[in-house]
Design a protein around this ligand. Structure first.
Ligand SMILES: Cc1cc2nc3c(=O)[nH]c(=O)nc-3n(C[C@H](O)[C@H](O)[C@H](O)COP(=O)(O)O)c2cc1C
Length: 431
């Protein structure tokens, strides 16, 4: 089969389950470089396309420890570039609390350092508390997305200010640059004025890969217009299939090729010797949760303080503010469909922070991922191991060979850059 599953590994420095760090043998430091190096090495052994590191800009002390105790991702990925050779390296940087020139430099640098493996997750930052760290009032949702659209255009423009052959290094004549091949950007827009050019030659991928994970309507529009890889939040097959079809259609409406945009739902695979054993592992993990943590996380996800509602009652009518629409929508619709109580919902949220949890033997997990891929509910998956290192080892050692046997996953890297892994051509300069 020509079409192949793309895999990302989603890491916060340790496991994705809120209490995964308490599992026997699990890594429990979110700032230990060697933990991250080992995650990258294992994911590379499993031939993953990409390692993705999320980021936030405020310390929510009541929530998942990784939301508070974390390394700045681009710095960390630059270090991982030195101990890996193939895996793509993706990091979050905010379009609300950064400026385009700095972001363009950071990811172009990471692309040079890693020989073409950089990816930028352009997020608008939902957490209002971030504003206080930048002397800003948190902008409303529409303004954040309007700014993001212009931000990405400016970053991409900066990446293209240099022709590929602008650095000539002619020792005889003493000319280092052919300045006729370097242009200013001269961008003047509603949110930014950026002259350019960037102070760096064009990077190995031409344009680093752009990731997007917004779940709201403007989030999907931004993804359809600009993203190469979209991380989605879905809980079941039918929902994933219809979200996939609708985003691909949107990509087409922007005049882009839908096959060149990979949609990767987030999934936390819990792998056991049997399906029943996998559920036992999940129960053990859930047993480590404390209810205040779960309530805080769910409140943060929904943007509403839910602690005053009865835990064992049905999901109350909530008037959701202008925060993370994508997560809120996916979680509330799942909860209502399955007649969950608030306690069920916070348990689900605390497990994978609102993402899909898939329990089973390696065969069950591979069957399910294969079905989602073949029936076009996904182009691959953003794998969220509950804890490290064992949960990732289980996936790489047991599920990856199953997927390879079925012909839906690569048996070796066929290229060197992240664009190669994703089947994306190195772009010409945008005119
Ligand atoms: C897989 C995944 C990873 C994400 N990573 C981040 C992140 O690192 N930092 C962040 O601020 N938001 C992150 N988000 C949140 C979204 O990108 C988005 O900003 C948020 O959901 C609000 O936008 P929306 O209203 O369009 O959903 C992530 C979402 C998903 C699905």
């Amino acid at each position: 089969m020509d079409r192949q599953i793309h895999l990302g590994i989603f890491t916060l420095g340790t496991g994705n389950h809120t209490a995964g760090w308490r599992y026997p043998g699990a890594d429990d430091s979110f700032t230990d470089l060697s933990v991250n190096q080992r995650i990258a090495a294992t994911a590379e052994r499993g031939l993953f396309d990409l390692m993705f590191v999320g980021d936030g800009l405020s310390a929510n002390l009541a929530s998942h420890p990784s939301y508070t105790v974390r390394l700045e991702p681009v710095t960390m990925l630059a270090a991982l570039a030195m101990t890996t050779a193939h895996i793509g390296l993706g990091a979050t940087m905010s379009t609300t609390y950064s400026d385009p020139y700095t972001v363009a430099r950071a990811f172009a640098s990471l692309d040079h350092i890693s020989n073409g493996r950089a990816a930028w997750n352009a997020v608008t930052t939902a957490a209002a508390a971030s504003g206080g760290n930048f002397g800003k009032v948190h902008p409303d949702h529409d303004t954040r997305y309007e700014r993001a659209e212009e931000f990405i255009e400016v970053v991409r423009g900066l990446w293209d200010c240099w022709d590929d052959d602008a650095v000539i290094r002619d020792r005889k004549t003493g000319r280092y640059l052919d300045v006729s091949r370097i242009r200013a950007l001269n961008h003047v827009g509603k949110h930014f004025s950026v002259r350019g050019p960037l102070n760096m030659g064009r990077c190995p991928q031409g344009q680093p890969v752009i990731l997007q994970a917004g779940g709201s309507d403007p989030g999907h529009a931004l993804a359809a217009r600009s993203a190469d890889v979209v991380f989605s939040v879905v809980q079941d097959f039918d929902e994933a299939k219809s979200a996939y079809a609708s985003l691909k259609e949107r990509v087409r409406r922007f005049g882009r090729d839908p096959d060149k945009v990979s949609i990767l739902p987030g999934v936390m695979p819990i792998i056991g010797d049997t399906d029943a054993h996998a559920f036992e592992i999940l129960n053990t993990l859930q047993g480590y949760l404390d209810s205040s943590e779960g309530l805080a996380l769910l409140s943060a996800r929904l943007g509403v303080d839910i602690s005053r509602h009865p835990l064992d009652g049905p999901i109350p009518e909530l008037s959701l503010p202008d925060t993370s629409h994508g997560f809120a929508k996916a979680m509330l619709s799942k909860a209502r469909r399955d007649n969950m109580t608030l306690r069920d919902l916070y348990n689900l949220t605390a497990a994978a922070r609102g993402h899909w949890v898939l329990c089973g033997s390696a065969k069950t997990v591979a069957d399910t991922l294969e079905k989602w891929f073949v029936e076009r509910a996904a182009d691959g998956f953003n794998i969220m191991p509950a804890y490290f290192p064992e949960a990732l080892n289980d996936f790489v050692d047991q599920v990856v060979p199953e997927l390879q046997r079925r012909g839906v996953y690569r048996k070796a890297y066929s290229g060197m850059t992240l664009r190669d892994h994703l089947g994306l051509a190195r772009p010409d300069l945008r005119s």
